[in-house]
Design a protein around this ligand. Structure first.
Ligand code: 2M8
Length: 469
């Protein structure tokens, strides 16, 4: 990767940071796909792969394309992209629940050939966005890379299309524009208080004892979900397996059925990216109209989840027919979706800067904690209940750029890079002391660092900010 370095120590440090980030991605490279982390996560995770491809695009666009191709090779017949593709060579018992726990998914008529086994859940659909990043990076590299990238876009487009169609049909039979999830793991923000109320209603039945492999890989158990959370996660998996991973059966009887605004906001932005990909590959007008309609439906869906008091979007519990009222970073979904009315954007930016998030006075860096520190359920060390997550910062930074808020985006990028200066590339950070916690050498953290560093060395890509107010 090339990082232009104007004279000065700080930028030397940044060059070194880029080298260390590249090293993390090499360490986690399993030969064409990348494990999410060395110990805690020895498999391929769906949205991790998308972030990883965004970072890899600065090192090798072909390798970045391979990351996405590899994941989509395990796409289900319905179009579903599984949340985990299990690494058959991972050490036994390295991760629980592992391949053997999910092997039943391979019995579904829609499952891809196994091994490798996959889970039957999904994660936020960031993939089209990653593909578009690869295309843009190839354009900066020159004609040869561009022609390889064009071939990649031709191959991957129908798969991306099928993936989005799956989300807009199986996962949205109501036609609401919002993605339904069956399990907190489907949100990518597993133990976020977003899910507390919906989970509390899940009655856990008989569960055999199970190992907490995850606790062996972190400094202290408070950084991971509690036993009560895990019992519910495993009970939900058991019910999904009991339903034969059949979407319609799950929809009918599953006790946890929620409209996830973060996945829905990402899907809108991913549909905008898919529209650009459709353009490059010369897709039919019919396809393009459909994709544009999906994006519009998604924006409308998010509008229905807007909470005028909190000035954030709220998830919706389909079983209890009520919004899930808590302030988390997922509430910024309309900012991530993009193309918001000026007053909506204004309101979101105000909340982002306020003491409820990045403006909270005691933060080490002005970066939004995953859950607002003003919430009673905030916990600064517990996974998605308070720590700051570099990948979420990346999503917000990228969204600010698209919204034309380049000054604000630049402030966020600088703070986010400062957080990563030590070079541990932690999974998440305690927001007050800035301590790296969770897993270290986490691939997606290294990947977003590479993208931030590359953005700092390029002339500005987006329009300058027009000052508000
Ligand atoms: C975390 O989720 C896995 C389950 O999928 C876990 O806790 O075991 C989440 O942070 C998720 O968003 C992420 O994709 C995964 C791997 O980094 O870890």
């Amino acid at each position: 990767m090339q990082v232009k370095t104007p004279p000065g120590k700080i930028l030397d440090e940044r060059e070194e940071l880029a080298a260390r980030a590249g090293e993390v991605l090499r360490l986690n490279d399993m030969g064409g796909w990348t494990r999410a982390a060395p110990n805690l996560y020895p498999h391929q995770w769906s949205w991790d792969s998308a972030f990883i491809a965004i970072g890899l695009a600065h090192l090798d666009t072909r390798r970045a394309a391979r990351e996405i191709r590899g994941l989509f090779a395990h796409q289900w017949a319905t179009g579903k992209v599984p949340h985990i593709v299990f690494n058959p060579k991972a050490p036994p018992h390295a991760y629980f629940p592992g391949a053997e726990h999910w092997a039943c998914a391979a019995d579904s008529p829609d499952a891809p050939p196994a091994p490798p086994y996959t889970s039957c859940l999904t994660q936020p659909p960031l993939h089209a966005i990653a593909v578009w990043h690869i295309w843009e990076a190839a354009g900066r590299e020159g004609e040869e890379s561009l022609s390889a990238a064009r071939a990649f876009l031709q191959d991957i487009y129908p798969r991306l299309f099928a993936w989005h169609r799956y989300l807009l049909t199986y996962r949205d039979p109501e036609g609401s524009g919002l993605v339904t999830i069956y399990h907190p793991w489907g949100s990518g923000t597993d133990n976020s208080p977003r899910w507390d109320d919906a989970l509390a209603a899940v009655e856990v039945g008989d569960l055999p004892p199970y190992p907490r492999s995850d606790l062996q890989h972190v400094g202290d158990p408070s950084q991971r979900p509690t036993k009560a959370d895990y019992d519910r996660y495993l009970w939900l998996v058991k019910l999904i397996k009991g339903a034969g991973c059949d979407e319609k059966a799950i929809y009918r009887s599953h006790p946890f059925l929620v409209k996830d605004v973060l996945s829905s906001g990402i899907l809108v932005a991913a549909n905008e990216a898919l529209l650009k990909i459709a353009e490059v590959v010369g897709a039919s007008d019919q396809d393009r109209e459909l994709i544009a309609g999906w994006a519009e439906r998604g924006r409308w869906g998010l509008e229905t989840c807007w909470d005028e008091d909190l000035k954030l979007c709220l998830d919706y519990d389909l079983r209890d027919s009520k919004p899930l009222r808590v302030r988390t970073v997922a509430g910024f979904a309309p900012l991530i979706a993009g193309q918001q009315k000026p007053e909506r954007l204004e309101a979101l930016l105000e909340v982002l800067d306020s003491p409820a998030f990045a403006g909270y006075p005691e933060l080490r860096w002005p970066l939004p904690p995953s859950t607002s520190p003003e919430e009673l359920r905030f916990h600064p060390r517990s996974y998605w209940r308070g720590p700051t997550w570099p990948v979420v910062n990346w999503l917000l930074w990228w969204s600010l750029l698209r919204a034309g808020e380049s000054e604000r985006a630049e402030q966020l990028r600088r703070a986010a890079l400062e957080q990563l200066t030590a070079g541990d590339f932690a999974e998440y950070y305690e927001p007050f002391a800035g301590e790296p916690i969770g897993s270290l050498a986490q691939s997606w953290t290294a990947a977003v660092a590479l993208d931030w560093l590359a953005a700092g060395s390029r002339p500005e890509r987006e329009p300058r900010s027009t000052k508000r107010g």
